[in-house]
Design a protein around this ligand. Structure first.
Ligand code: NDP
Length: 237
């Protein structure tokens, strides 16, 4: 795995937020980047134009389409699974279909995408899945199912790191804390509450996640595997 590029990098869920920061960071470093999106057609087109990355429309909730899309991009040097959704609220009234849809995107999709990418991934490849600090700590009501999906990421990366380690492939989770995106704006109604749980009382910038992902994907990250890399301003401390 060279730091000099050009590597084939696939970002699942790259049209907005943390995913878009990942696309910008890796494309800016000279990697050949392909990113997926589902609903944000205009944002995806604009980002592709800006970065020269290639955009592919594929819904991560559609398992067979996702597996086919990942297979079509192989061999992939670096797989970044970012796509995620957030369904929060009173578990007694939340729509069970919304919970299952979240599980499809946050749990099933990363697993199947990682396994498919690993089939043809070169030795010393990289698989990074965006989890959440809520996999470790959920200090408010209404987040049980979301926290469950992000705890699933933890077992996933630990196990897959064992499965692919003999080939030098690393598998890790990045666990952001509150990060300023459409999902969780720094000016949103929950911001002050979340800052109250943090040692450094501000939202994470998406670029800070992307910078760390770039480090993990570099040769310097060769022995970091099966790990949970938390970037949360002390939310979970
Ligand atoms: P955003 O809602 O801002 O962006 C989500 C991105 O994921 C979009 O590019 C979206 O694409 C894509 N996406 C969502 N569903 C699908 C799908 N079914 N198929 C393909 N792409 C999809 O979220 P964030 O950037 O904030 O979050 C990114 C990841 O980081 C998620 O996994 C989230 O759980 C995690 N995270 C976020 C935190 C935060 O505070 N923001 C904190 C901790 C973790 P499109 O719009 O085209 O559908």
């Amino acid at each position: 795995m060279s730091n000099i590029a050009s590597r084939k990098v696939v970002v699942l869920g790259g049209s907005r937020g943390i995913g878009a920061a990942l696309v910008r960071r890796f494309a800016g470093a000279g990697d050949s980047v392909v990113f997926s999106y589902a609903g944000s057609v205009d944002a995806a087109a604009a980002l592709a134009e800006e970065t020269s990355a290639r955009a592919v429309r594929v819904d991560s909730a559609d398992r067979d389409a996702l597996i086919a899309a990942v297979a079509a991009e192989g061999p992939i040097d670096v797989l970044l699974v970012n796509a995620g959704t957030l369904a929060m609220g009173d578990p007694l009234t939340l729509d069970p279909d919304a919970i299952d849809a979240m599980i499809d995107v946050n749990v099933r999709a990363p697993y199947h995408a990682a396994v498919e990418a690993a089939r043809t991934m070169p030795d010393n490849g990289r698989i990074l899945i965006i989890g959440s600090t809520n996999g470790d700590r959920i200090p408010f009501e209404g987040g049980a199912a979301y926290a469950m999906t992000k705890a699933a990421t933890q077992g996933m990366v630990r196990g897959l790191a064992r499965d692919f380690g003999a080939r030098g492939i690393t598998v890790n989770a990045i666990q952001p804390g509150p990060t300023d995106t459409d999902m969780n704006p720094a000016t949103g109604p929950m911001a002050d509450t979340m800052h109250g749980f943090m040692a450094i009382k501000r939202h994470v910038h998406a670029g800070e996640i992307a910078d760390y992902a770039a480090f993990l994907a570099s040769t310097s990250g060769a022995m970091i595997t099966g790990s949970l890399q938390t970037i949360d301003g002390g939310f979970s401390a």
